[in-house]
Write a protein that binds this ligand. Structure first.
Ligand code: A3P
Length: 289
Protein backbone atom coordinates (compact mmCIF):
# COMPACT_ATOMS: atom_id res chain seq x y z
CA UNK A 1 0.00 0.00 0.00
CA UNK A 2 0.96 3.62 -0.33
CA UNK A 3 1.74 4.05 3.34
CA UNK A 4 3.83 0.92 3.72
CA UNK A 5 7.12 2.43 4.79
CA UNK A 6 5.76 5.41 6.71
CA UNK A 7 5.13 5.37 10.44
CA UNK A 8 3.63 8.09 12.63
CA UNK A 9 5.82 10.01 15.06
CA UNK A 10 3.73 12.20 17.35
CA UNK A 11 0.98 11.95 14.75
CA UNK A 12 3.09 12.91 11.72
CA UNK A 13 4.02 10.27 9.14
CA UNK A 14 7.76 9.77 8.74
CA UNK A 15 10.02 7.32 6.94
CA UNK A 16 10.78 4.14 8.89
CA UNK A 17 14.54 4.82 8.87
CA UNK A 18 13.92 8.18 10.48
CA UNK A 19 11.57 6.77 13.08
CA UNK A 20 14.19 4.24 14.16
CA UNK A 21 16.67 7.06 14.66
CA UNK A 22 14.19 9.36 16.38
CA UNK A 23 15.79 9.47 19.83
CA UNK A 24 19.09 10.68 18.39
CA UNK A 25 17.32 13.37 16.40
CA UNK A 26 15.34 14.54 19.42
CA UNK A 27 18.54 14.80 21.45
CA UNK A 28 20.52 16.55 18.74
CA UNK A 29 22.67 19.33 20.14
CA UNK A 30 22.21 22.48 18.12
CA UNK A 31 24.74 25.29 18.35
CA UNK A 32 24.00 29.01 18.46
CA UNK A 33 25.90 29.55 15.21
CA UNK A 34 24.13 26.77 13.32
CA UNK A 35 22.10 27.84 10.31
CA UNK A 36 19.12 25.65 9.61
CA UNK A 37 17.27 25.48 6.29
CA UNK A 38 13.80 24.24 7.02
CA UNK A 39 11.19 23.25 4.44
CA UNK A 40 8.36 20.91 3.62
CA UNK A 41 9.79 18.43 1.06
CA UNK A 42 10.13 19.79 -2.51
CA UNK A 43 9.87 23.45 -1.52
CA UNK A 44 13.35 24.36 -2.78
CA UNK A 45 15.48 22.97 0.06
CA UNK A 46 18.41 22.09 -2.16
CA UNK A 47 18.31 25.45 -3.89
CA UNK A 48 18.26 27.41 -0.64
CA UNK A 49 21.01 25.27 0.87
CA UNK A 50 23.21 25.76 -2.19
CA UNK A 51 22.72 29.52 -1.82
CA UNK A 52 23.67 29.61 1.86
CA UNK A 53 26.58 27.25 1.24
CA UNK A 54 27.89 29.70 -1.36
CA UNK A 55 27.29 32.62 0.99
CA UNK A 56 29.32 30.89 3.71
CA UNK A 57 32.03 30.09 1.13
CA UNK A 58 32.10 33.76 0.08
CA UNK A 59 31.05 32.88 -3.45
CA UNK A 60 33.78 30.29 -4.00
CA UNK A 61 31.79 27.74 -5.98
CA UNK A 62 34.73 25.34 -6.27
CA UNK A 63 34.79 25.05 -2.50
CA UNK A 64 31.10 24.19 -2.52
CA UNK A 65 31.82 21.14 -4.65
CA UNK A 66 34.59 19.73 -2.47
CA UNK A 67 34.42 17.44 0.56
CA UNK A 68 30.81 16.52 0.01
CA UNK A 69 29.35 13.12 0.74
CA UNK A 70 26.33 13.66 -1.45
CA UNK A 71 25.56 17.33 -1.07
CA UNK A 72 27.34 19.67 1.28
CA UNK A 73 24.48 20.35 3.65
CA UNK A 74 23.27 17.29 5.56
CA UNK A 75 19.65 16.63 6.44
CA UNK A 76 19.40 16.43 10.22
CA UNK A 77 17.02 13.49 10.18
CA UNK A 78 18.24 11.51 7.15
CA UNK A 79 19.77 8.09 7.22
CA UNK A 80 20.80 6.94 3.76
CA UNK A 81 21.97 3.31 3.74
CA UNK A 82 25.75 2.90 3.84
CA UNK A 83 26.32 6.58 4.52
CA UNK A 84 26.78 8.38 7.82
CA UNK A 85 23.46 9.70 9.12
CA UNK A 86 22.74 13.42 9.28
CA UNK A 87 23.28 13.45 13.04
CA UNK A 88 26.58 11.59 12.67
CA UNK A 89 27.81 14.01 10.02
CA UNK A 90 26.80 17.02 12.05
CA UNK A 91 27.96 15.98 15.53
CA UNK A 92 31.61 16.13 14.57
CA UNK A 93 31.41 18.99 12.08
CA UNK A 94 33.18 22.28 12.75
CA UNK A 95 31.16 25.46 13.29
CA UNK A 96 29.45 27.20 11.69
CA UNK A 97 27.31 24.30 10.52
CA UNK A 98 24.67 24.34 7.82
CA UNK A 99 21.81 21.94 8.41
CA UNK A 100 18.70 21.01 6.46
CA UNK A 101 15.46 19.61 7.83
CA UNK A 102 11.90 18.85 6.80
CA UNK A 103 10.64 18.46 10.36
CA UNK A 104 7.37 20.18 11.23
CA UNK A 105 8.02 22.84 13.86
CA UNK A 106 6.46 20.91 16.75
CA UNK A 107 8.88 18.03 16.19
CA UNK A 108 12.05 20.13 16.16
CA UNK A 109 14.74 19.19 18.68
CA UNK A 110 14.49 21.61 21.64
CA UNK A 111 18.14 22.58 21.44
CA UNK A 112 17.47 24.76 18.38
CA UNK A 113 15.16 26.93 20.49
CA UNK A 114 17.47 26.95 23.51
CA UNK A 115 20.40 28.08 21.36
CA UNK A 116 18.28 30.50 19.35
CA UNK A 117 19.91 29.23 16.14
CA UNK A 118 19.07 31.03 12.91
CA UNK A 119 16.54 29.33 10.67
CA UNK A 120 15.60 30.06 7.06
CA UNK A 121 12.21 28.56 6.23
CA UNK A 122 11.33 28.23 2.55
CA UNK A 123 7.70 27.67 1.57
CA UNK A 124 6.42 26.79 -1.89
CA UNK A 125 2.84 26.77 -3.14
CA UNK A 126 0.88 23.63 -2.30
CA UNK A 127 0.08 22.59 -5.86
CA UNK A 128 3.60 22.67 -7.28
CA UNK A 129 4.84 20.86 -4.18
CA UNK A 130 2.22 18.14 -4.77
CA UNK A 131 3.43 17.58 -8.33
CA UNK A 132 7.10 17.71 -7.41
CA UNK A 133 6.54 15.32 -4.48
CA UNK A 134 4.64 12.90 -6.74
CA UNK A 135 7.58 12.63 -9.14
CA UNK A 136 10.02 12.45 -6.26
CA UNK A 137 8.26 9.32 -4.96
CA UNK A 138 9.06 7.68 -8.27
CA UNK A 139 12.81 8.27 -7.96
CA UNK A 140 13.42 7.67 -4.24
CA UNK A 141 13.57 3.94 -3.74
CA UNK A 142 12.87 4.16 0.00
CA UNK A 143 9.59 5.99 -0.57
CA UNK A 144 6.40 4.05 -1.23
CA UNK A 145 5.00 3.82 -4.76
CA UNK A 146 2.81 6.93 -5.05
CA UNK A 147 0.23 5.07 -7.14
CA UNK A 148 -1.64 7.04 -9.80
CA UNK A 149 -1.61 10.86 -9.55
CA UNK A 150 -5.20 11.03 -8.30
CA UNK A 151 -4.45 8.68 -5.41
CA UNK A 152 -1.29 10.53 -4.48
CA UNK A 153 -3.04 13.89 -4.59
CA UNK A 154 -5.70 12.54 -2.22
CA UNK A 155 -3.06 11.29 0.21
CA UNK A 156 -1.17 14.57 -0.03
CA UNK A 157 -4.29 16.64 0.65
CA UNK A 158 -5.01 14.54 3.71
CA UNK A 159 -1.47 14.61 5.07
CA UNK A 160 -0.95 10.90 4.40
CA UNK A 161 2.58 11.41 3.08
CA UNK A 162 6.03 11.71 4.58
CA UNK A 163 6.27 14.74 6.93
CA UNK A 164 2.50 14.95 7.07
CA UNK A 165 0.27 17.75 5.91
CA UNK A 166 1.72 20.56 3.78
CA UNK A 167 -0.90 22.90 5.27
CA UNK A 168 0.10 22.13 8.86
CA UNK A 169 3.79 22.44 8.02
CA UNK A 170 3.71 25.88 6.41
CA UNK A 171 1.22 27.17 9.02
CA UNK A 172 3.18 25.80 11.96
CA UNK A 173 6.38 27.56 10.92
CA UNK A 174 4.53 30.72 9.90
CA UNK A 175 2.79 31.12 13.26
CA UNK A 176 6.06 30.88 15.19
CA UNK A 177 8.19 32.99 12.87
CA UNK A 178 8.36 35.95 15.27
CA UNK A 179 8.89 33.83 18.38
CA UNK A 180 12.21 32.48 17.14
CA UNK A 181 15.05 33.48 14.86
CA UNK A 182 13.21 32.63 11.64
CA UNK A 183 13.40 34.17 8.16
CA UNK A 184 10.33 33.00 6.22
CA UNK A 185 10.85 32.98 2.45
CA UNK A 186 8.90 31.81 -0.59
CA UNK A 187 10.09 29.74 -3.55
CA UNK A 188 8.04 31.89 -5.93
CA UNK A 189 9.81 35.04 -4.68
CA UNK A 190 13.16 33.34 -5.22
CA UNK A 191 12.13 32.50 -8.79
CA UNK A 192 10.91 36.03 -9.42
CA UNK A 193 14.00 37.80 -8.14
CA UNK A 194 16.73 35.58 -6.71
CA UNK A 195 19.05 38.50 -6.06
CA UNK A 196 16.46 40.27 -3.92
CA UNK A 197 15.83 37.13 -1.87
CA UNK A 198 19.54 36.39 -1.42
CA UNK A 199 19.92 39.94 -0.10
CA UNK A 200 17.24 39.14 2.48
CA UNK A 201 19.29 36.10 3.52
CA UNK A 202 22.45 38.20 3.77
CA UNK A 203 20.68 40.77 5.93
CA UNK A 204 19.32 38.02 8.18
CA UNK A 205 22.80 36.48 8.46
CA UNK A 206 24.34 39.91 9.12
CA UNK A 207 26.75 39.45 6.24
CA UNK A 208 28.01 41.96 3.70
CA UNK A 209 28.86 40.98 0.15
CA UNK A 210 30.09 42.68 -2.99
CA UNK A 211 27.68 42.94 -5.87
CA UNK A 212 30.06 40.88 -7.96
CA UNK A 213 30.00 37.98 -5.46
CA UNK A 214 26.25 38.26 -5.16
CA UNK A 215 25.87 37.98 -8.94
CA UNK A 216 28.14 34.96 -8.92
CA UNK A 217 25.94 33.25 -6.36
CA UNK A 218 22.81 34.03 -8.38
CA UNK A 219 24.47 32.49 -11.43
CA UNK A 220 25.80 29.33 -9.78
CA UNK A 221 22.51 28.64 -7.98
CA UNK A 222 20.32 29.10 -11.04
CA UNK A 223 18.33 26.05 -12.13
CA UNK A 224 20.33 25.51 -15.31
CA UNK A 225 23.70 25.60 -13.59
CA UNK A 226 22.64 23.51 -10.62
CA UNK A 227 21.28 20.94 -13.05
CA UNK A 228 24.83 20.38 -14.26
CA UNK A 229 26.38 20.47 -10.77
CA UNK A 230 26.43 16.87 -9.55
CA UNK A 231 27.41 17.90 -6.05
CA UNK A 232 24.20 19.90 -5.83
CA UNK A 233 21.75 17.68 -7.70
CA UNK A 234 22.39 14.39 -5.86
CA UNK A 235 23.84 12.59 -8.91
CA UNK A 236 26.51 11.21 -6.58
CA UNK A 237 23.89 9.14 -4.76
CA UNK A 238 23.78 5.57 -6.14
CA UNK A 239 20.92 4.61 -8.47
CA UNK A 240 19.53 1.99 -6.15
CA UNK A 241 18.78 4.76 -3.63
CA UNK A 242 17.88 7.65 -5.91
CA UNK A 243 17.09 6.68 -9.49
CA UNK A 244 17.18 9.77 -11.68
CA UNK A 245 17.02 7.88 -14.98
CA UNK A 246 13.36 8.67 -15.70
CA UNK A 247 12.94 11.96 -13.81
CA UNK A 248 15.92 14.04 -12.74
CA UNK A 249 16.01 15.55 -9.24
CA UNK A 250 16.30 18.92 -10.97
CA UNK A 251 13.02 18.31 -12.75
CA UNK A 252 11.51 21.60 -13.97
CA UNK A 253 12.18 24.24 -11.37
CA UNK A 254 9.29 26.55 -12.22
CA UNK A 255 6.22 28.03 -10.55
CA UNK A 256 2.95 26.86 -12.11
CA UNK A 257 3.78 23.37 -13.41
CA UNK A 258 0.75 22.07 -11.45
CA UNK A 259 -1.42 23.29 -14.34
CA UNK A 260 -0.01 20.48 -16.46
CA UNK A 261 -1.13 17.87 -13.94
CA UNK A 262 -4.26 18.97 -12.04
CA UNK A 263 -7.55 18.35 -13.80
CA UNK A 264 -10.23 21.02 -13.46
CA UNK A 265 -12.13 18.79 -11.03
CA UNK A 266 -9.04 18.03 -8.94
CA UNK A 267 -8.28 21.73 -8.78
CA UNK A 268 -11.75 22.60 -7.53
CA UNK A 269 -11.63 19.98 -4.78
CA UNK A 270 -8.13 21.07 -3.81
CA UNK A 271 -9.09 24.76 -3.65
CA UNK A 272 -12.11 24.09 -1.51
CA UNK A 273 -10.11 22.02 0.97
CA UNK A 274 -7.33 24.64 0.88
CA UNK A 275 -9.70 27.44 1.81
CA UNK A 276 -10.90 25.54 4.86
CA UNK A 277 -7.38 24.89 6.07
CA UNK A 278 -5.69 28.20 5.17
CA UNK A 279 -8.26 30.97 5.61
CA UNK A 280 -7.34 33.42 8.32
CA UNK A 281 -3.67 32.44 8.49
CA UNK A 282 -2.45 35.52 6.64
CA UNK A 283 -0.26 33.22 4.57
CA UNK A 284 -0.41 34.18 0.90
CA UNK A 285 1.01 31.96 -1.81
CA UNK A 286 1.34 32.58 -5.50
CA UNK A 287 0.46 29.50 -7.50
CA UNK A 288 2.18 30.88 -10.58
CA UNK A 289 4.42 33.78 -11.45
P1 A3P B 1 10.39 20.49 -9.43
O1 A3P B 1 10.19 19.04 -9.16
O2 A3P B 1 9.11 21.25 -9.49
O3 A3P B 1 11.24 20.76 -10.62
P2 A3P B 1 13.80 20.12 -2.72
O4 A3P B 1 15.22 20.52 -2.88
O5 A3P B 1 13.12 20.74 -1.56
O6 A3P B 1 13.64 18.64 -2.78
O7 A3P B 1 12.99 20.72 -3.96
C1 A3P B 1 13.19 20.25 -5.26
C2 A3P B 1 12.46 21.15 -6.21
O8 A3P B 1 13.19 22.39 -6.31
C3 A3P B 1 12.39 20.59 -7.62
O9 A3P B 1 11.18 21.13 -8.16
C4 A3P B 1 13.63 21.20 -8.23
O10 A3P B 1 13.63 21.22 -9.64
C5 A3P B 1 13.57 22.60 -7.66
N1 A3P B 1 14.86 23.29 -7.72
C6 A3P B 1 16.06 22.85 -7.34
N2 A3P B 1 17.02 23.75 -7.59
C7 A3P B 1 16.40 24.82 -8.13
C8 A3P B 1 16.84 26.09 -8.63
N3 A3P B 1 18.13 26.43 -8.60
N4 A3P B 1 15.92 26.94 -9.13
C9 A3P B 1 14.61 26.60 -9.17
N5 A3P B 1 14.12 25.41 -8.72
C10 A3P B 1 15.01 24.54 -8.21
Amino acid sequence: STLQTLVPIHGVLMGKELAENWERIEQFEARSDDLLISTYPKAGTTWASEIVDMIYADGDHEKCRRDAIYNRVPYLEFRIPNMPSGVEQLDGAPSPRLVKTHLPIQLMPDSFWKKNSKIIYVARNAKDVAVSYFFFHKIVKALPDPGPWNTFLDNYMNGNVGYGSWHDHVKGWWEKRHDYNILYLFYEDMKEDPKREIKKMLHFLEKEMSDETLEKIVYHTSFDIMKTNDMANYKTIPNDILDQSTTPFMRKGIAGDWKNHFTVAQNEIFDEDYKKKMTGTGLQFRNEI
